[in-house]
Structure formats: structure tokens, C-alpha cells
Design a binder for this molecule. Structure first.
Ligand code: AMP
Ligand code: GLY
Length: 414
């Protein structure tokens, strides 16, 4: 088979790494890929969905697997479907689960899926009036995709008003033409991803992401500074309730809405007293969650993706490595704010799972090319040994301005 991975970050590197293990794969391509993926796949410098489709047609690609949400929200799933080419990932309409927070909230409310109470507002004045309904700290969310920067847990109503002014002032463009105001949910966060073909839904092992830049989960939000799996807060009861109270009603709701969802559903959860509530849905694997979940997946990923695309997911049984996995993101100093790129990276030949998030080539050397640069993943019989293995790997990597958190996994290990 010929398989194409779309995207070029750590999640896509992990997808390519897992797909490359399949005996079914004869040729692996990545668009655009990255220097880490280039060791596994032939990278083609394409980013435009139409050009990617043309490439897939020319090469007779048997399966295309999409990593990032932006391609899905732009409709790459629809383009491939119209052309009759198999693609793993939802259509543009289905991807609204991520690309429109008001859409996701409406589905939750309509189908009884536990989530924070909310209102949708369409102007600053409407927002200010509605704020009174929410005790402090209220949560303010731009409706559309904002690269993880569109959400503010405001400390006060005053701060929330400032956020409303910024969003309606155009900070996120069209993504901010609507705002979701939400009740704050206390608890511990975790992520459960699931494969679905629109009929069957198969949850994966849980993961916990560390979204904040600073130790102890403090400071600004990032794309994710590290992750681990399994997660103690997701005990058997929480896992079962997520399946019964969130995934099953969601699937039924999507069916009733006439939306045929094929791909991965990401449920970001807030858990308190064993009750999971939805904080957000995403329409794809998480990054860095994928880097710790895929190394634990034993089942052939090509078979899962094919069964998903062909609506045969009921035939698949997921099996998992019982070992724990823990990933530490090494970022560029300054991220998630301004940072510099182009610094040569040392230590990349070290044995171990080193997934490239933001790397590039300059004068034949691999250099930093993003806020998040590398995810170093360790595995072990316990979370503590996986953590030790991950940090041993981190210490082998160096570049000017490298920053990482030294406490990934702390909630489970302290
Ligand atoms: P989101 O992009 O919707 O996942 O929001 C980003 C982060 O903001 C989440 O990972 C949470 O840490 C926090 N957050 C979002 N909504 C809420 C909420 N209703 N209650 C508490 N924290 C929230
Ligand atoms: N790590 C969070 C996300 O991928 O959305």
C-alpha cells in the first residue's frame, strides 16, 4: 500500500512512525513532513489541500491520514471524498466539532452530554450583559480556530470584558465573530481520544497533557508541553462514564444531525468526583497526546484507519502495550510568545523516541523551526520509570534557548 501523512509536526511524526511499522505499507509519503519524518517517509513540500489531492491522485495513494485540524476545517476530507480517494479524517461539516465551539456546545446541550453551562454571544454589549450570569472566574472562548490562543479563564468579570473587547475588536478575525461564555469547571483535566467510523466508537487509552508553559501548570497556555499515559484520574468508572455519557450520546447525536463522522474524536475532559465533563472536542489526534498514545498502540494502525474509512470499525479490537509512556516537549525560549528559530540541534541521533515538532534544514543540518521543537518520549513499566527514561533522552538534546518543563507527569507521581 501507498500511505500519505498530511502535516509536519510531532503528532504527524508519531503517526508516520506507527504507520511505518505496518507490514501493509510499501511506500510512505508525508506532506509536507519534517526532517524527522524524512527518515521514515518521502517528504513532499506541499501544504495546499488541492495540491495534496493532485499528488495523491498522481501517486495512486491508497490511504491518506491527516494530522492537523486546519486541513480538516478547510475541507480536505470533502476534496478527497469527491475525488473518491480514501482519507482518514472528518469532513468540513463534521470537523465543526472543533472549528466551532458554539456548534460543539449546541450538540452537547441537545444530546445531554455533560459540559459547562454556556451562552453564545455575537457582540461586546451582548457579552457584557450575559457575563452577569457566570460567577467569577468566567471563561471566554472565541468560537473558531485560534491556534489554542482563543480561550481565557478570566480572573474577574473585568478581565472577561477586556477579552470580549479584544475578540470583538478583531484579534482572531472571523474566528472571533462569535464568543462562547462558560461557567468555570473545577477538577483535573484529561484527554480521551476515540476512533469512529460514524457507527462504532472505540476509545483509546487516556492521556494527560500539560497545557501551561510553566512548572506546576502555571503561566500561559501552549499547544502542550508534555503528556503521559495512562492517567490515574481516569479510573475505570471515569472511563466507562466517558464512553456511556459522552461518546455514545455524541455518536448518536451526530447521526441524528445527519453528520457522518469518520476519524478521531478528541474529548478534552474536566474530571471531578469521577464525573467527566467536556471542556472541548477536537477533530483529530492531540499533539503531544499522539506521541504517548501511539507508542502504546499494538493494533496495526493501517488496519484501523482503513476500517474507519470503510465503515468496518466494528471488526477492530484495539490492544495496548501495558507499559506507560511519557513525553516531554522541548521548546524554543520565549514560546508561546516570540521566539527565535534556526539553531542547530545536537543529539538527534540518540537511540529512543524523538518526535520532531518544529524542525527544519539549514546548510544540511537540522535546526529549530518552531515554538515546540522536539517531543522526547520514554516508556517504562511504571509512569515513574517512563518519566526517568524521557528525561534521560531530553538531556541528550541541546540547542540554543532550549526550554522544557521538568515536572511532566507530576499530578500522577506526586
Ligand atoms: P479549550 O481550548 O477549550 O480546551 O480551553 C483551553 C484550556 O482552558 C483548557 O484546557 C482548560 O484548562 C481551560 N478551560 C477551558 N474551558 C474551561 C472551563 N469551562 N472550566 C475550566 N477550565 C477551562
Ligand atoms: N494538546 C492539545 C491539543 O492537541 O489540542
Amino acid at each position: 500500500m501507498k500511505v500519505l501523512v498530511v502535516g509536519g509536526g510531532g503528532r504527524e511524526h508519531a503517526l508516520a512512525w506507527k504507520l511505518a511499522q505496518s507490514s501493509q505499507v510499501a511506500e510512505l509519503y508525508a506532506a509536507p513532513g519534517n526532517p524527522g519524518m524524512a527518515k521514515l517517509a518521502q517528504c513532499v513540500p506541499l501544504k495546499d489541500p488541492r495540491q495534496i489531492l493532485a499528488f495523491a491522485k498522481e501517486k495512486s495513494i491508497d490511504l491518506t491520514v491527516v494530522g492537523p485540524e486546519c486541513y480538516l476545517a478547510a475541507g480536505i476530507g470533502d476534496l478527497f471524498a469527491q475525488a473518491g480517494l480514501p482519507l482518514f479524517g472528518p469532513t468540513k461539516e463534521a470537523a465543526q466539532l472543533e472549528s466551532s465551539k458554539s456548534f460543539a456546545k449546541r450538540i452537547c446541550r441537545k444530546y445531554g452530554i455533560p459540559t459547562a453551562d454556556y451562552v453564545v454571544v455575537e457582540s461586546y454589549e451582548e457579552g457584557v450583559a450575559a457575563l452577569e450570569r457566570f460567577p467569577e472566574p468566567p471563561v471566554v472562548k472565541a468560537d473558531g480556530l485560534a491556534a489554542g490562543k482563543g480561550v481565557l479563564v478570566a480572573q474577574s468579570h473585568e478581565e472577561a470584558k477586556g477579552a470580549l473587547a479584544e475578540i470583538f475588536g478583531g484579534r482572531f478575525g472571523k474566528a472571533g465573530s462569535r464568543v462562547v461564555l462558560e461557567e468555570f469547571l473545577p477538577g483535573e483535566e484529561a484527554t480521551i481520544l476515540a476512533f469512529t467510523d460514524g457507527k462504532t466508537i472505540l476509545p483509546m487509552v487516556p492521556a494527560q497533557d500539560h497545557k501551561r508553559i510553566g512548572e506546576g501548570d502555571t503561566g500561559p497556555n501552549t499547544g502542550g508541553m508534555g503528556a503521559y499515559s495512562p492517567v490515574p484520574v481516569v479510573n475505570y468508572e471515569v472511563y466507562q462514564r466517558t464512553y456511556n455519557e459522552i461518546f455514545l450520546p455524541l455518536l448518536e447525536g451526530l447521526q441524528k444531525e445527519g453528520i457522518d463522522y469518520k476519524g478521531v474524536i478528541y474529548a478534552g475532559l474536566m474530571i471531578k468526583d469521577n464525573q467527566p465533563k467536556v471542556v472541548e472536542f477536537n477533530c483529530r489526534f492531540g499533539d503531544p497526546e499522539a506521541q504517548v498514545i501511539l507508542p502504546r498502540l499494538v493494533t496495526d494502525l493501517v488496519s484501523i484507519c482503513q476500517a474507519t474509512v470503510e465503515g468496518r470499525l466494528e471488526e477492530i479490537e484495539l490492544t495496548w502495550d501495558s507499559r506507560a509512556a511519557l513525553g516531554v516537549v522541548i521548546a524554543s525560549k520565549g514560546y508561546p510568545g516570540e521566539f527565535k528559530s534556526g539553531f542547530p540541534i545536537e543529539g538527534l541521533d540518540t537511540e529512543g523516541l524523538l518526535f520532531h515538532n518544529g524542525t527544519g534544514l539549514a546548510d544540511g543540518r537540522i535546526v529549530t523551526a518552531g515554538g515546540r521543537v522536539i517531543t522526547a518520549v520514554g516508556m517504562g513499566d511504571t509512569l515513574a520509570s517512563a518519566q526517568a527514561a524521557a528525561y534521560r533522552l531530553v538531556e541528550k538534546i541541546s540547542f540554543t534557548g532550549a526550554y522544557y518543563r521538568s515536572d511532566i507527569g507530576w499530578r500522577a507521581l506526586s
